[in-house]
Structure formats: C-alpha cells, structure tokens
Design a binder for this molecule. Structure first.
Ligand code: PGA
Length: 260
C-alpha cells in the first residue's frame, strides 16, 4: 500500500521540516516493521536535499516539475534537478497547480513524459471539480484527463505511473470540502481502470496503482478499506502531523491484515 504525503507549501522552515520528517520516520520504525506500507514524502523542493537520505522507510518526491528539462524558465525546477537532489517521484497535475498556474492536460502530458524519460515516477492526479461532478461529468473528465496525459506513454513505461484520483471538491483546502464517499471513490477507481484497459490492456488496468486523495484522515481512512481497486492514498493536511499520518498508515495496514 502506498501512502504519499503531499506537504504542499508547508512547513515554512527547514527546522520544522526536518522535525516532521524525523517524527514520521520514528513512527514508521515502530508501525511498519513488515514493510507493508510504502511511504513517499513530497516536501517543498527547497528542503528536499536536506531531508533526503537513502533509507528503507521513506522515499521522496517533488510536487511539480517544469514542463521543460532545461532553459530560461525563471523560478522553475527541472526534473533533472529533482532527480539530482534525491527525488524518485513527482506529483503531476495536482488540481492546485491547475488552479494556480493554469496547467492544462497537455502540459501535464509533457511533464509525465519528462518524468519517465528521467526515471522519475509520475504520480498523475486526475479528478473532476464540483461543477463537473454536479453535471454528472466525472467519467468524462477522468477519461479525457487520462487520454491526454498518457497519450505518448508507451506500454513499457506505463507501469511506472501511479494514478491519484483527487476530486477537487474533496481536497481539504477547498471551501466546504468533504471526503469522497466510499461509493464515489469505488466508482472513480473503476472508471480509471476501465480507461486503462481501453488505452492499454488487462494487465495494465489491473496492475497500475490507483490511489485516492482528498481529506483523508485517521478518522475516515478505514471507510475505504473495502475497495480492492485502491492501492493507497495521497494525503495532504493530515501528513503534516506525524501522529495523524502514522495513524492512517497503521489503521489501514491492520485492517488489511485482518481481511487476509
Ligand atoms: P488533503 O490534500 O488531504 O489536505 O485534502 C490532498 C491533496 O491535495 O493532495
């Protein structure tokens, strides 16, 4: 199971980031002895090299990369730099990037390909906004996002991708955010796997990790435990608290063990 922390633009000092990283690591030593959970932290890129240590407990990623590998792009971070500083993953196409930086599906496709070309695993975010949901366009939106983002991804590379279903209305930073219901997440995970079947084949549709993100907390994580289509979670605000984040992991692992 994947537990990916998206720290967004938090915390605001290296000292706090190091403390949070250490606290999470200490908790994982206790709760993840059997390595059932694969934990990936995506801190602000500026802290990455100071947090990165090769270890078995945590891997690291970035929250975004530039759509070009190199060049005059003031303020941007190249995939090469992310790789050089210890990232093995990059979140791509997060809805906050779409809202703040106007990223569209085509830019997202470019970034996915840049990641793959540089041995960084993309965590590709898809999901509808509230208006689209209210107009029953969830399936349409997800399919279009996948079709464009994966357009140039060959079958040999697709297995390196993680797909995160992140309905915009469920992300805790949104007004009136509420976590997706288990049924809506199940529905979306089926839509994603069906589209992967359409674009690739049965193995791809079955094997690609599909995770859910949007107000996941220690109090609701078990609501999703019956969904065998899900392979983990992308966790924002709850990942800023080592206790909450580790509780999410611990509860989920324990419940998965009971089910087997
Ligand atoms: P949240 O964020 O868990 O705070 O809702 C998830 C995300 O935006 O990736």
């Amino acid at each position: 199971m994947l537990f990916i922390a998206n720290w967004k633009m938090n915390p605001t000092s290296l000292k706090q980031a190091q403390k949070l990283n250490k606290n999470i690591k200490d908790k994982l030593k206790k709760i993840n002895k059997e390595k059932k959970a694969k934990v990936i932290i995506c801190p602000p890129t500026i802290f990455l090299s100071k947090l990165f240590q090769k270890n078995k407990l945590i891997q690291y990623g970035v929250q975004n990369i530039c759509f070009e590998e190199r060049g005059a792009y003031t303020g941007e971070i190249s995939v090469l730099m992310a790789k050089d500083q210890g990232a093995n993953y990059s979140i791509i196409g997060h809805s906050e990037r779409k809202q703040i930086a106007g990223e569209d599906n085509y830019t997202i496709s470019q970034k996915v390909n840049l990641c793959l070309a540089n041995n960084i695993k993309p965590i590709l975010c898809v999901g509808e906004n509230l208006q689209e949901k209210n107009h029953a366009k969830t399936g349409l939106v997800i399919r279009e996002q996948l079709q464009i983002a994966l357009k140039n991804v060959k079958i040999n590379d697709i297995e390196k991708i993680i797909i995160a279903y992140e309905p915009v209305w469920a992300i805790s930073s949104q007004d009136n955010a509420r976590p997706g219901t288990p049924d809506s997440i199940l529905g979306a995970s089926i839509i994603i796997r069906k589209e992967l079947l359409n674009l690739y084949n049965h193995d791809v549709a079955t094997n690609i990790p599909v995770i859910y993100g949007g107000s996941v907390s220690k109090d609701n994580v078990l609501d999703y435990s019956g969904n065998s289509n899900l392979n983990g979670f992308l966790i924002g605000s709850a990942s800023l608290n080592a206790f909450d984040f580790s509780q999410i992991i611990e509860k989920y692992i324990q419940s998965a063990q009971k089910q087997t």
